[in-house]
Write a protein that binds this ligand. Structure first.
Ligand code: GUN
Length: 292
């Protein structure tokens, strides 16, 4: 079994991006500037957004964090998005999800200018992804594909079982892995809460992408010997042995599944750092596409 080390892979991407920023500076080109909107005080969301800002600092991007109380109205949020859409200093921005219930996430993602939508959540970018046209790919699915690519994992002709059909991970990663690209060309089975015989389906998988948000859900008996397992789960579970009282737990029962795998991502240190690296790649692309 080998670890698919997202932390290490993301670090080498950040090195490449640091060099790209240095070259842009030397050539008098614009320094990429990412803005992030965070609504409310959800611990997980705060951690992710802080990590995104930290990654910007590390590679030399400019960043702006915009925070709102969870009482912000949808109208106020949409007004801020419109302001960022029209702000030439900002090359790309994200609105961290989930949002409070009184705010319509679809309205919010549709309000973002697709040329600044570095999360790749706008229907135009998702449509371009489906059609294999240029656009911004959603960060987590793109990070998973990049992790497979940089670790020389063959995907062509492989059976990939995706568990979970969310808009931001399961559905788009199933499309990316089925596209006629490299990585890609998988035979994909997208499974979800109504799927029957999930264990039997998973047993046929060469690659499993687990993205359902249920800690330890993928058990050893579901995994074929030699499979590649990508764990997208990041649920906080109580852990009194830790000072902070919790630990991050993936969707895979790592201890029992890992010995059967050819490759498996750890949690933390697998998909999470790759998501952030993809966002940084998209932000650099946003400024490059503008020709600045
Ligand atoms: N919430 C969980 N993952 C993501 C992500 O990739 N982007 C944003 N904006 N919110 C998220």
């Amino acid at each position: 079994m080998q670890l698919l080390d997202g932390k290490k892979t993301a670090a080498s991407i950040r090195e490449e991006l640091t060099l790209a920023v240095k070259n842009r500076k030397e050539n008098g080109q614009k320094i990429p500037h990412l803005a992030a909107i965070l609504v409310g005080n959800d611990g997980g969301s705060m951690t992710y957004v802080n990590a995104k800002v930290k990654a910007c600092e590390e590679i030399g991007f400019e960043s702006t964090l915009i925070r709102y109380d969870d009482t912000i109205t949808e109208e106020e949020l949409l007004r801020k998005i419109n302001e960022l859409n029209n702000d030439d200093a900002i090359d790309g921005f994200i609105v961290q999800l989930p949002l409070p219930k009184h705010i319509n996430e679809l309205k919010v993602t549709q309000a973002v200018d697709p040329t600044k939508d570095v999360d790749g959540f706008h229907p135009q970018n998702l449509g371009n992804m489906v059609l294999n046209l240029p656009g911004f790919l959603p960060a987590t699915p793109a990070g998973i594909v990049e992790l497979l690519k940089r670790n020389n994992i063959e995907t062509s002709g492989k059976h990939c079982v995706v568990i979970g059909r969310s808009n931001i991970v399961g559905s788009p990663v199933s499309i990316l892995l089925a596209r006629n690209t490299n990585p890609g060309n998988c035979t994909v089975t997208l499974t979800h809460s109504r799927t029957k015989n999930l264990t039997e389906i998973c047993q046929q998988a060469d690659i499993i992408v687990a993205a359902i948000g249920k800690p330890g859900y993928v058990k050893a008996e579901m995994v074929k010997e030699g499979a590649v397992v990508v764990d997208v789960g990041t649920t906080r579970v109580d852990d009194p042995s830790r000072e902070r009282g919790w630990r991050l737990c993936g969707d895979v029962d790592f201890e029992n599944v890992a010995p059967k795998c050819s490759f498996i991502t750890p949690v933390p240190g697998g998909v999470g750092p790759m998501t952030i690296a993809s966002l940084m790649i998209n932000t650099l692309r946003a400024v490059e596409l503008k020709g600045l």
